[in-house]
Design a protein around this ligand. Structure first.
Ligand SMILES: *Cc1c(COP(=O)(O)O)cnc(C)c1O
Length: 471
């Protein structure tokens, strides 16, 4: 497979270059595959549906063709995924897709663990350590740190703003030993990002150290996220005759979104033949994409803090990929969009618990509420011409192609649950009066000693530390 970029379609690079480069430094564009091959019907129509690993292998194969042989690819997948997503019905037409069964209890494990193993694979022949630098405001750092921990040929340095992330998030970042370390910077997330960016453009430093990034723009993080869309859509399709007895309903994936990497992965899965009719982009008050769908104007803005803080993104980086795949009008026909403010998020956590018994986290809660509204009449009212004021929480006015099926109650929703509710225990407790049970792997991390190195927000000191501690 060759990869081109969002800003220059004459670019053609292999998978290795796209993965190790992260983005195209010459154009500033993001890599995208030149083709999204459709899986064969004899694979997608199996009953029972293929296992998660089989789906992962079959989908990944064309993207690494000629660069990673089948046996090595299967080993990467087996190693990356000792866990699987789980599908939990919360109603006859509503399914929660739990993506938090990996080590850090958030969906980013799916992308980060695949990326780590692919980078290690490609780095084998280099004979030198590849140093990953990552600035984080919370969840990305722990997923990346955990994913690369113990992976040969690589090490990771995580920068985070001291005092600005939750105690659990801090433990998840700062307790690693061996090839993963953390620096707590006296500054903001933007300061951390600036230190990392300065290092990447420091020719003197780059002569001495091989540096790479591991942020969400890397194509090797997006590809594996498409696996669980395919897997869950096939599984849900097989359950429909038993759960709701609907005839060929629309299957809609509801995606809590921040940088829109997850939703982009869903678009890729659909093009590869996942039986998905469309999407709901669910956001918090950072409603850059809902506003774009509503008005046609894309306007990046500073991010605002919310209860669903992993989605506090005002300038979603994957907007560029979505635009490269679909013009505005097509995007409007493919996905509805929906947003909630903090009080709406709390109420959604509460109502989900009350109506279904399911304890949902603040990110998934927006998705649950979006689907609850859509299936119980919001899409029918939109079909009748009623428009929610898009500057208020709720559904934006565009009417997607699958809207008619939803209005006629012939649609099922797959709600992506992107994090374990215990990661946001305080917010969940305030909404339902009950503390979610901390999974054992999080409780263990809480008991480990903090090893983060404190550091001033000063590039010269940061550089000196890198030169002394990395080799
Ligand atoms: C990162 C994250 C998101 C947002 O995913 P994007 O791919 O950036 O849209 C949603 N929920 C949780 C819990 C996350 O960690």
């Amino acid at each position: 497979m060759t990869y081109t970029d969002t800003r220059d379609s004459s670019v053609a690079v292999d998978f290795r270059t796209a993965v190790l480069g992260g983005m195209n430094s010459e154009t500033g564009g993001l890599y995208i595959p030149t083709a999204l091959p459709k899986l064969e019907g004899r694979f997608t129509n199996r009953n029972p549906e293929p296992s998660f690993r089989d789906v992962a292998f079959t989908m990944a194969r064309p993207f690494v063709e000629g660069e990673i042989p089948d046996d090595d690819l299967m080993e990467i997948i087996q190693n990356a995924y000792p866990f699987t997503p789980k599908i939990v019905p919360v109603g006859s037409v509503s399914y929660v897709l739990e993506l938090f069964h990996g080590p850090t209890c958030a969906f980013k494990d799916f992308g980060a663990r695949f990326m780590a193993r692919v980078m290690s694979y490609f780095n084998k022949d280099e004979g030198r350590t590849l140093h990953i630098l990552v600035a984080t405001s919370g969840d990305t750092g722990s997923a990346v740190g955990s994913a690369f921990h113990g992976v040969p040929g690589l090490d990771v340095t995580i920068l985070y703003p001291q005092g600005k992330i939750s105690p659990l998030q801090e433990k998840q970042l700062s307790t690693f030993t061996g090839n993963v370390r953390a620096l707590k910077i006296r500054g903001t997330f933007d300061d951390c990002q600036k230190l990392v960016k300065t290092a990447f453009t420091d020719a003197d430093l780059r002569r001495r150290l091989r540096l790479s990034s591991a942020n969400s723009i890397n194509i090797s993080r997006l590809l594996p996220q498409s696996f669980y869309y395919m897997y869950s859509a096939l599984a849900v399709r097989n359950r429909i005759p038993l759960d709701s007895r609907l005839e060929d309903p629309a299957i809609v994936a509801v995606v809590p979104s921040g940088n829109f990497g997850n939703l982009t992965s869903g678009l890729m899965a659909m093009k590869m033949g996942a039986p998905i009719s469309g999407f709901v982009a669910a956001t918090n008050t950072n409603r850059t994409i809902p506003d774009w769908l509503a008005t046609g104007q894309y306007e990046a803005r500073p991010s605002v803090e919310t209860y669903a803080n992993a989605m506090d993104v005002g300038a979603p980086s994957n907007y560029e990929r979505i635009r490269a795949m679909y013009p505005l009008e097509e995007a409007r026909r493919l996905f509805a969009s929906y947003w909630l403010d903090n009080s709406g998020i709390s109420k959604a956590i509460h109502d989900c618990k009350e109506r279904t018994g399911y304890t949902i986290d603040p990110h998934g809660a927006i998705g649950w509420q979006a689907w609850e509204d859509i299936r119980s009449g919001a899409m029918a009212r939109l079909a009748d011409g009623e428009r929610n004021d898009f500057t208020k929480p709720g559904l934006t006015p565009n009417f997607p192609d699958w809207g008619k099926a939803a209005a006629e109650r012939n649609a099922v929703g797959i709600i992506l649950e992107t994090a374990h509710p215990a990661k946001f225990g305080r917010i969940v407790y305030d909404a339902i009066g009950q503390e979610p049970v901390l999974p054992e792997r999080l409780a263990e991390v809480m008991a480990l000693p903090d090893r983060a190195v404190p550091m001033e927000n000063d590039y010269a000191l940061f550089k000196e530390w890198l030169e002394e501690n990395l080799e």
